[in-house]
Write a protein that binds this ligand. Structure first.
Ligand code: ATP
Length: 458
């Protein structure tokens, strides 16, 4: 899918996000000392913390705040028959064309988004020297071999989605979770796709993480639950600070629908590259359970004791990407402003997403301030994730915290030594107030629990 037309100028470029991620240790290109391996990234300290918070918020919304969904963590390597039954072996393909002139490969359905290898201002096929092959279907699954013998009998695949691990455990979960439709099974984990074209930083990579939930419902209720999950998932993003204007639901056209789906809507976000998919919400019908029942010989049904009959539940699936969500949260939060003649760059992240909630900073490294600040830091970190920093000027330390999105800064100064109060600085308003040090823990924990909206909304 190519980026849709958008007339609004992006507030931030992808290059600015990439630079901030590198500068502040969120994300590094993988295998950099060996020259890198295309479209593969390693997450550094703040990247890991932010990612964990994105996943934590998903678990909170899907499991923590509800009683009808249970968690699962299935294996990445599964029986090869899983992928026969799911249709991935045959149908999980993209059309591929090669250029005999430049040797590059392109997705035949995405030529308008690709650059010609010889003349980058043109699309593949437009330059007079282009010599494209016919399109052929290319399977996106990574093949590997299980065990010491590398033959066809040992072929296995790295999972291209987490969903199938859920379907093949339907019976186990039904037995142990004591649930009845409507109920869901959720999982977060790595998936792998040998994408023909990658790019746009962590938007499309070959190794990525998904947050998927399969919600099993009585067949007649499927449309109702599909629309319910569309609302819920849109709300998740906006509750975490994504601005309404940058988010939309786009129903798939009949020609776009996957083989298993009777209706899908994408949650799209206005990335710097245009409107692109963040999450897909599909009505998968009974396709998956029926296929696995057929291929495995196991009955994958729910016996309804009230009706005294068994049926195959239909499935509603919200399927989101951790990496794409993280990118969207960073893009939406990125801001620059001028304060007293100096440019300030900051991430106005929802406090619950921010990698560090509070930074404790002694004003200067003398007069007992570092010692007192360290004591306060120990108290604060017991309540909210915090960081202590005494290196460099106070301005420099604040700039660093602004760029990693820390919502609250605590400065220990001369007055702290006299009356026990500290300054509490707000990342977004830059307001500072004096607070007794012993109240900090309660104050910060309460602030973290408050509803929050992006200050960019005014
Ligand atoms: P696309 O059309 O962008 O290839 P898709 O429709 O194939 O995505 P799904 O199979 O619906 O994606 O997967 C669910 C979610 O997983 C996507 O919405 C996206 O957030 C994430 N995802 C899928 N492929 C990738 C990838 N290669 N890199 C990063 N995230 C991905």
């Amino acid at each position: 899918m190519g980026p849709a037309q958008e007339t609004r100028a992006p507030e931030v470029t992808l290059d600015e996000i990439v630079a901030l991620c590198k500068r502040r240790g969120f994300i590094f290109p993988s295998s950099e000392i060996y020259g890198g391996i295309g479209s593969t990234y390693d997450y550094g300290h703040y990247g890991v913390l932010l990612r964990n918070n994105v996943k934590g918020e998903w678990w909170r919304a899907i499991i923590g705040e509800r009683d009808d969904i249970v968690a699962l963590d299935s294996a990445i390597l599964q029986h090869p028959r899983v992928w026969e039954a799911s249709g991935h072996l045959e149908g999980f393909t993209d059309p591929l064309v090669d250029c005999r002139t430049c040797g590059l490969r392109f997705r035949a359905d995405n030529l308008e988004d690709a650059q010609c290898g010889r003349k980058p201002s043109m699309h593949p096929g437009e330059f007079k020297e282009c010599d494209l092959t016919d399109a052929r279907e290319f399977n996106l699954m990574f093949e590997t071999h299980v065990g010491p013998v590398k033959d066809t009998a040992s072929t296995a695949y790295l999972r291209p989605e987490t969903a199938q691990g859920i379907f093949i455990n339907f019976k186990n979960v039904l037995q142990f979770a004591r649930k009845r439709p409507p109920f869901g099974i959720a999982q977060i984990g790595k998936s792998f796709r040998n994408e023909i074209t990658t790019g746009n930083f962590i938007f499309r990579t070959r190794e990525f993480e998904q947050m998927e939930m399969e919600y099993f419902v009585p067949p007649a209720e499927a449309p109702k639950w599909h629309s319910y999950w569309m609302d819920e998932r849109m709300r998740w993003y906006t509750d975490l600070g994504i601005r309404d204007d940058n988010l939309k639901l786009r129903p798939h056209g009949a020609d776009e629908l996957s083989h298993y789906s009777s209706a899908t809507s994408d949650v799209e976000y206005l990335f710097p590259m245009g409107w692109l998919e963040l999450e897909g919400i599909a009505n998968r019908g009974d396709f998956d359970l029926t296929q696995h029942a057929k291929f495995s010989g196991e009955k994958l049904e729910y016996f309804d004791p009230e009706q005294s009959e068994a049926y195959v539940p239909h499935v509603i699936e919200p399927a989101a990407g951790v990496d794409r969500a993280m990118l969207a949260f960073m893009v939406d939060a990125y801001d620059t402003e001028e304060v007293e003649g100096r440019k300030r760059t900051l991430l106005r992240l929802h406090p619950r997403l921010a990698p560090v909630k509070a930074a404790v900073l002694p004003l200067v490294s003398k007069e007992g301030m570092p010692e007192r600040a360290r004591e306060i830091y120990q108290e604060v970190r017991a309540r909210v994730p915090a960081e202590y920093d005494e290196g460099g000027s106070i301005g420099k330390r604040y700039r660093r915290q602004d760029e990693i999105g820390t919502p609250w800064g605590i400065t220990v100064d001369g007055r702290t030594m006299e009356d026990g109060t500290v300054t509490l600085r707000d990342r977004d308003t830059l307001e500072q107030e004096r607070v007794p040090a012993e109240e900090l823990g309660d104050r910060l924990a309460a602030k973290l629990a408050e509803p929050w909206r992006s200050p960019k909304l005014g």
